[in-house]
Design a protein around this ligand. Structure first.
Ligand code: GCV
Length: 686
């Protein structure tokens, strides 16, 4: 039987529409193995794996799979865990608890073995993906383990049903401060997340409202436990965002001082209560002393004091504390050119390295500012030796077109993961190796992404934004996959194998980030967005505010001088080799030039263009590229599902209008500032 879906349309199924896979010729090679699925009994995760596989077999081959405990003669798929299958493997083929091995034992026996039940589930999704991507059983053989212990999605969902920075409709979890009881949609989401290897979910906004603080109480926990039950079935642990001042907010104590014994007792009791409802509760996520949230600073304490307080309450239960490093002064003075928001996370946390409990993971945004279309890599990744690290990425497109523009973020995330911090003078000290713990042999760490889904029938508003969710999961599971590999998988699984579709969709997705960058803010300077909603151009929107987000454009030049020699000194937070590269305007990568340097408009780039001419060129060309992407999409009419096709088409219309707006506002702004015209004589409004 198929799994009954909450919404029955092609777009809602995302990359899991198994009926489509059945059209791929190589899929037929699997049919014989599925005629007999030998799967020893097990727990709920094993059951979810078997259910997924049998439903897929139904959709793929219109056949009911037979699941048996012991094999009889004939072709078969052996499906189980290391423990219950009793097959011995060579050392390098033994999967971890969450990993799996697929082998073709002989002509008639395909084996899928999970290290544990979670691994079995991941293996089933892997096998289905292999079928959907056109790989034969022989080609599907592998052993896969994830390098990242933590692979989390974070929800900025509020109890009232809104989603902070959400662009795909309301929350799938809440409405009017009640937790959904409709588990079908939650199950569909859990399947989707498990299919790409996600193993944890934070279900509420990091900005915890007063009412959401009650999520830790008996009032909400029974229903939260129902969500946890569903996610557990798919190998996903549930976490909660909590308010550091919760004991005060709930009116139970007069202080939240982390060194107060009463406060420690309160957190212990509260945490024990949560574990009574959710025995495998993942832990807490905390935004403290950031953007007006309470934190240890309110009590004159450090972030080590604050984090360890909560970590100690979680520790006896095996819980983890996700502590955010997004701590900066949001009441800065724009007049003061020496202060620099980019320095804040490192300045706050570097001195604390080594002080955190071992179940604390410091959650670090990819860049030192805030998810701009291009910014430098955060200095904290290379800066910390003894602290577990979690890379925080933003799947939801807050600054990157809000799921009205196509902006495929996998290439950006790859750049971050592959960035070599060159710490301790060593090569290969990449962000990927810092966060997975391998460089410093740390036990915990991984990748977290702020989810981009909502109640929308396509989950993500823009159907192509599904590729961001897919790509996030795949990269979190295996950061060494290339952007092209991931994209090709997604296109095949979601849009099909038609060559024309592949040739159009691949470049469209892979180039979309740079196209977005072309028509928005140039050369790493960032911002220039409408304050508050962060959509559309407003070049000076943030310039004279207290948020620390400036471009410093005047009549002669633009950019933030972050050098040690003449600027804020941010470059000095990198290892010496990286610092030297950024410090020197000649060696600084040009796409980050304005992030690190204040440069005259007449400065000549390696292409021979001046900065001002580059701004004009990229903005004019950016709009032309959007038109080209749009035409390319339109050429797929009739070749892909109609509902996906028309939703994307509608989004392209919006994107094009917005890109034109960006182009004209930015070009006119700089023309007025500089009085320098476009050397190609294109229209710039005066
Ligand atoms: C949830 C940015 C966003 C905020 C977000 C914050 C964070 O400032 O604009 O909406 O708050 O980041 O990461 O906590």
């Amino acid at each position: 039987m198929s799994i009954p879906k909450y919404i029955d349309n092609r777009g809602y199924d995302c990359w899991l529409r198994y009926a489509d896979y059945g059209r791929i010729p190589s899929a037929a090679e699997y049919r014989r193995f599925f005629s007999q699925i030998v799967a020893p009994a097990g727990g709920p995760v094993r059951d979810a794996a078997v259910e997924e596989l049998t439903a897929a077999v139904h959709d793929l081959f219109a056949m009911e799979a037979t699941v048996v405990a012991t094999a009889s003669k004939g072709p078969r798929l052996l499906l189980g865990t290391k423990e219950n299958l009793g097959i011995s493997f060579e050392e390098n083929r033994i999967p971890d608890r969450e990993g799996f091995t697929v082998v073709l034992l002989d002509r008639d026996t395909l084996v899928l073995v999970g290290g544990g039940e979670e691994g079995l589930l991941h293996g089933v999704f892997y096998l289905l993906r292999a079928i959907g991507c056109g790989r034969s059983p022989a080609e599907a053989q592998c052993t896969e383990n994830s390098t990242n212990p933590l692979r989390l999605v974070l929800h900025w969902d509020n109890g009232d049903g809104t989603v902070e920075r959400g662009y795909a409709g309301g929350s799938i979890f809440y409405k009017d401060y009640a937790i959904t009881k409709d588990m079908r949609r939650i199950r569909d989401y859990a399947r989707m997340l498990a299919s790409v290897g996600i193993n944890g979910i934070v279900i509420n906004n990091t900005n915890v409202g007063k009412k959401e603080t009650r999520f830790m109480t008996d009032e909400y926990l029974p229903n939260i436990a129902r969500l946890a039950d569903m996610f557990r079935r798919y190998g996903i642990r549930l976490y909660l965002s909590v308010d550091f001042a919760a004991p005060v907010e709930l009116g139970e104590l007069e202080t939240a001082d982390p060194l107060d014994e009463g406060v420690a007792g309160w957190w212990r009791n509260t945490t024990d209560r949560i574990y009574r409802y959710i025995p495998d509760f993942g832990g807490y996520s905390v935004k403290a002393d950031s953007e007006n949230r309470p934190g240890p600073f309110s009590y004159g304490r450090s972030h080590v004091d604050g984090a360890n307080l909560l970590a100690r309450a979680l520790k006896p239960h095996g819980g983890i504390l996700l502590w955010r490093s997004f701590v900066y002064d949001c009441k800065m003075d724009w007049r003061d050119r020496t202060s620099d928001r980019a320095k804040a996370a490192f300045d706050n946390f570097k001195p604390l390295d080594g002080g955190f409990e071992e179940n604390v993971v410091l959650q670090i945004k990819n860049g030192p500012m805030d998810f701009q279309i291009r910014e430098a890599v955060s200095t904290l990744f290379g800066g910390l030796q003894k602290t577990n690290e979690l890379l925080e990425l933003q799947i939801t497109q807050e600054y990157t077109g809000q799921q009205r523009h196509v902006c495929y973020l996998v290439p950006l995330w790859k750049e971050i993961l592959d960035f070599d911090t060159k710490i301790a003078g060593k090569c290969g000290a990449t962000v990927a190796k810092m966060v997975d713990g391998s460089f410093y042999r740390r036990r915990l760490g991984g990748v977290a992404g702020i989810s981009n889904v909502g109640l929308d029938e396509f989950w993500t508003g823009h159907p192509l934004a599904q590729a961001n969710l897919y790509g996030f999961g795949r990269l979190a599971w295996n950061p060494s996959l290339s952007a092209k590999e991931i994209t090709e998988e997604w296109v095949k699984l979601t849009l099909g194998h038609n060559r024309k579709v592949l040739y159009a969709a691949l470049p469209l997705l892979l180039e979309s980030r740079e196209v977005y960058e072309d028509y928005t803010s140039p050369l790493g300077v960032g911002w220039m967005v409408t304050p508050g909603n962060h959509y559309g151009p407003s070049v000076d929107g943030y310039e004279y505010t207290n948020w620390g987000t400036y471009h410093y454009a005047d009549s002669k030049g633009i950019g933030v001088d972050r050098t040690m020699a003449t600027g804020t000194g941010y470059t000095g937070q990198y290892s010496p080799k990286i610092a030297a590269r950024y410090e020197n305007i000649e060696t600084c990568p040009e796409n980050l030039l304005l992030f690190f340097h204040h440069v005259p408009y007449t400065y000549v780039l390696k292409s021979g263009e001046t900065i001002i001419q580059y701004i004009y060129n990229s903005h004019f060309e950016g709009v032309e590229k959007v038109k080209k992407m749009f035409r390319s999409w339109e050429s797929l009419s009739g070749l892909i599902d109609e509902s996906i096709f028309s939703r994307v088409k509608e989004r392209f219309q919006t994107q094009l209008l917005s890109a034109v707006d960006w182009r004209d506002v930015v070009n006119t702004y700089f023309y007025r500032k500089t009085g320098i015209g476009d050397e190609k004589g294109r229209i710039i409004y005066r």
